[in-house]
Design a binder for this molecule. Structure first.
Ligand code: AMP
Length: 575
């Protein structure tokens, strides 16, 4: 050859989108010196020809050919070049699997569906359309070349969710449907005895309530319902001013035989319902909110210090922190409302007080009590040895936190966690950045998943948008995304470590990948220099690999309370 030339291959048409059952003709043109060999390469066969142009006829294409790759390769002594396409075959939906409900972290009715374009899915229970929401939703876990695999996920379903579930999959080429019976729980009472149980989500609630009633001095055969506080009782949470909600406009009806009661035998017993349904979100008028200055920025938007008028009957105005929702997409609005609903129903002296929302116009606003010293992580750093050193020579020097102050902080967070666990609430993101500090070292858990932007280096991005606080997560959360009360306990151990290191980032010396490896291999954080042995033992109790071997939250709280009360001289500082 006088000269050599790299071969080229060109497929025409460059894209193929056709209906199932149709035929298609592909042409491949090659060039190059010496004249290249032309090779068709498909998943099922390879075909060699020596011409410069070759035509491939594919007939009666089926859905199983969807996403198959077809390549035409030109190859000579200089090298090879390839031109390829993916077959895009349009076909109606087919439900290839719909199985019995299984229980893992949530309940799941597993299904697999194929179809192109992606079918829309609608569920029916006993012929009634299922409205999806926070507790029932379709989740797609895996997408293969032709199929979507997922679950109808049910969060703590009860007997009222039992029934015949029909899945209907639809796209513009057709519809498929399949049914399965799902049985989650036995109906606990004979039909005649149940007045309204539609919002009783877990039998646990009832069991817990019975225990509380038996222990409660107000136990009587004609109890009426005045709010969860009347039955959760016995806790120190009664100190919260908002906790004893009167039977006013923001609680549901509560007549003795009203819809909130269940009759068992002769006793009329109030039902502890899912607290999320209990109190109604307070709405605050925009003209009652006067912004003063910016406090910070979270994932939802900016946080401002503001004055709020007419919030409390004995004060004309009070200082509040308002969180604004910057981008009001449909999803962001949903998150906003879910968060507000949740916060309305979490009331405890160590949970930041939520006053209500203002949704008259954009931006949407959430109103919280103002915590003067901001987030605990910043506070710890501002009262650590580095801050003290940096401020040398200045007139107002910060003072380093003492050990008993650290224990006081830890004890308050544990108290908030005792309450959350009693509400069956899994926080999933307990960390000092999500706690707030007020006057007199009052500490409250102050954030429920809204702070991920500011401390983005504390989170590990997996896939597109999921950010995980892996440095605070136990092995089972890292490996299986399993979040439970026990995984919160692990995080509480990490919070203790943060407190005793004046706000250091856990595993600060390691990258996210290294942290993930380290935790799953069973390594735990080292004892901070200023941490007493008793407290480190507590941390180790939180970091047991097997979740149920971890200390329980009540034990942790009472140990911390005990240590906080004890004079620091009794603590074994040197170990
Ligand atoms: P967040 O959106 O909750 O992450 O808040 C962002 C920042 O605003 C926090 O790091 C705090 O410094 C500040 N902040 C949030 N809530 C309050 C509050 N209730 N009182 C005082 N400062 C707050």
């Amino acid at each position: 050859w006088l000269f050599e030339e790299v071969p080229t291959a060109t497929l025409s048409p460059p894209k193929v989108t056709i209906m199932e059952g149709d035929n298609v003709q592909l042409t491949c043109t090659t060039a190059g010196v010496p004249s290249p060999e032309l090779i068709w390469d498909m998943s099922l066969f390879t075909n060699y020809t020596s011409g410069q142009i070759s035509v491939l006829r594919l007939s009666n294409l089926s859905s199983s050919d969807h996403n198959s790759r077809i390549s035409c390769i030109a190859e000579n002594i200089v090298g090879d070049r390839e031109s390829s396409l993916l077959l895009n075959i349009l076909f109606p939906p087919k439900i290839t699997k719909l199985s019995d409900a299984i229980s893992d972290h949530h309940w799941c009715i597993p299904f697999s569906v194929s179809g192109n374009p992606q079918p829309e899915l609608q569920w029916y229970r006993n012929d009634v359309e299922v409205t999806e929401g926070q507790y029932i939703m379709t989740m797609i876990h895996d997408i293969t070349e032709r199929e979507y695999h997922g679950c109808l996920q049910l969060d703590s379903p009860t007997h009222i969710n039992n029934g015949r579930y029909r899945l209907v999959a639809k796209n513009r080429y057709g519809t498929d449907r399949k049914e399965v019976d799902a049985h989650f729980m036995v109906e606990p009472w004979g039909k005649g005895d149940v007045l309204t149980l539609s919002i009783l989500r877990e039998l646990n609630w009832l069991a817990e309530m019975l225990v509380n009633i038996l222990n409660s001095p107000i136990s009587s055969p004609t109890l009426s319902l005045t709010g969860p506080s009347s039955v959760i009782s016995n806790d120190d949470d009664s100190a919260s001013p908002l906790h004893h909600v009167s039977n006013g406009s923001n609680t549901p009806s509560s007549s003795e035989m009203g819809p909130d009661a269940v009759i068992i035998g002769m006793t009329n017993i109030p039902v502890i319902e899912n607290p999320q349904y209990f109190r109604i979100i307070q709405h605050i008028m925009r003209h009652n909110i006067v912004l003063k200055r910016e406090l910070g920025e979270g994932a939802f938007g900016k946080v401002f210090l503001a004055e709020c008028y007419n919030l409390s009957p004995d004060q004309e105005k009070i200082l509040v922190a308002v969180k604004t929702l910057k981008e009001a997409s449909e999803n962001a609005r949903k998150d906003f409302h879910r968060e507000a609903e949740l916060l309305t129903n979490l009331q405890h002296e160590h949970i930041v007080t939520f006053y209500g929302v203002c949704v008259e116009s954009d931006p949407l606003i959430m109103v919280f009590e103002y915590m003067k010293h901001g987030d605990l992580n910043k506070f710890l750093r501002a009262h650590g040895p580095d801050a003290v050193l940096m401020a040398k020579g200045q007139t107002t020097r910060p003072v380093e936190l003492t050990q008993s102050q650290m224990l006081h902080i830890a004890q308050q967070i544990a108290s908030g966690m005792v309450y959350l666990a009693s509400q069956h609430f899994v926080h999933c993101d307990l960390a000092t950045r999500n706690c707030l500090v007020g006057e007199n070292l009052l500490v409250k858990i102050g954030d429920f998943g809204m702070s991920r932007d500011v401390y983005s280096t504390d989170y590990y991005r997996v896939g597109g948008h999921t950010m995980l606080p892996i440095r605070w997560m136990p092995p089972e959360s890292i490996m299986y995304r399993k979040f439970t009360t026990e995984s919160d306990i692990w995080s509480l151990g990490v919070v203790l470590w943060e407190i005793f290191t004046y706000g250091k980032q856990p595993w600060y010396q390691l990258s996210n990948n290294e942290v993930s490896e380290c935790i799953t291999q069973g390594r735990v954080l080292q004892r901070p220099r200023t941490c007493p042995k008793e407290v480190y033992d507590l941390m180790l109790g939180c970091w047991q690999r097997v979740p149920h071997m971890r200390l329980n939250i009540k034990e942790i709280h009472s140990l911390l309370l005990h240590l906080a009360k004890a004079s620091p001289v009794y603590l074994d500082i040197l170990g």
